[in-house]
Design a protein around this ligand. Structure first.
Ligand code: NDP
Length: 292
């Protein structure tokens, strides 16, 4: 069996075109242009690439973007003062602090300071707390988990009652994905580095989300035939045949798993583009919240 390929790139492009139209419509009505501020501390090359691609995506969607870069030597106070300033700035509807922050900075305190109405990354403890509580709704859902759910819902209209396994329990991916699946009434198992009999647990999954950061870890015989497999992982592996010397692979052994799964996302071109599409959606939503 060969799995259906779930093309995150084209789904993300659709979402981005819709955001663009909505931005144009609101501006025509005299409403504000949505604005996103990114805050990058230090010179982590991967973070610089991510931030650049977020600005480019904003530009294409007609969203204003403002880049704030602080040196790696910035103090906790410098970062907090900047967040306070951005909270007050009416041109800025969304604030994104690019993680990880350099060591020595208190990430939790910084995220806590972002106004929840501008928390387009959805990492404010209040937004995450609401995500975890029954009957409460966060203002924003973190972008990668939201993109992951969007893809699952696209191919599985009824998630209720399905067995879902989330491999990974990080604050930014695994845990919020698991919370979203619970909210969609799946029966959720969260696996991590201390999980025993991992392949056996994963084989129960109708929906598998892999967010572990280990190249091609999930093998074909770990997967239930017909499962929906969402591969969040982005890992560099050496590849001398490539000009840049490496290629990107997911946490799932794509060649093996595509022969067993019902649906699979590629890496690259799966969850990655969805993350940016969700950031634009959240920034538009933040501008709409500010209208009220
Ligand atoms: P983290 O390193 O923060 O978390 C990894 C999780 O995997 C942890 O919960 C860890 O368990 C678990 N884990 C590690 N080793 C094993 C193992 N051998 N068996 C079982 N579980 C294990 O990673 P992130 O969540 O930040 O990222 C995961 C992947 O997703 C990475 O490849 C990252 O690049 C990618 N990513 C992709 C994004 C996108 O836009 N597509 C966005 C963000 C991340 P424990 O908690 O016990 O340590």
């Amino acid at each position: 069996m060969t799995a259906e390929l779930l093309d995150g790139k084209s789904i993300a492009e659709d979402i981005r075109s819709k955001v663009k139209i909505e931005v144009e419509n609101r501006v025509k009505k005299g409403k504000s242009v949505p604005g996103l501020a990114t805050l990058l501390v230090g010179e982590n090359p991967a973070s610089q690439v991510y931030v650049r691609s977020k600005h480019k995506a904003c530009q294409e969607a007609g969203i204003l973007s403002f880049g704030y870069d602080l040196p790696a030597t910035a103090s906790q106070e410098d970062v907090e003062n900047l967040v306070k300033q951005l909270n007050q700035d009416p041109k800025i509807h969304g604030i994104l602090v690019q993680l990880p922050l350099p060591s020595g900075l208190d990430e939790e305190r910084v995220l806590n300071m972002i106004s929840i109405e501008k928390d387009v990354d959805g990492f404010h403890p209040l937004n995450i707390g609401r995500l975890a509580q029954k009957g409460r709704d966060p203002l924003f859902i973190p972008c990668t988990p939201a993109g992951t759910m969007y893809l699952i819902e696209k191919v599985m209209p009824k998630i209720e009652g399905k067995n879902a396994v989330v491999l990974g329990r990080s604050n930014i991916v695994g845990m919020p994905v698991a919370l979203l699946l619970v909210r969609a009434n799946a029966t959720v198992t969260i696996c991590h580095s201390r999980t025993k009999n991992l392949p056996e647990v994963i084989r129960q999954a109708d929906i598998l989300v892999a967010a572990v950061g280990k190249p091609e870890m999930v093998k074909g015989d770990w997967v239930k035939p017909g499962a929906v497999v969402i591969d969040v992982g982005i890992n560099r592996v050496d590849d001398p045949t490539q000009k840049r010397g490496y290629r990107l692979v997911g946490d799932v052994d794509f060649d093996e798993v595509k022969e067993v799964a019902g649906v699979i996302t590629p890496v690259p071109g799966g969850v990655g583009p969805m993350t940016i599409a969700m950031l634009l959606t959240n920034t538009l939503r933040a501008a709409e919240l500010a209208d009220k």
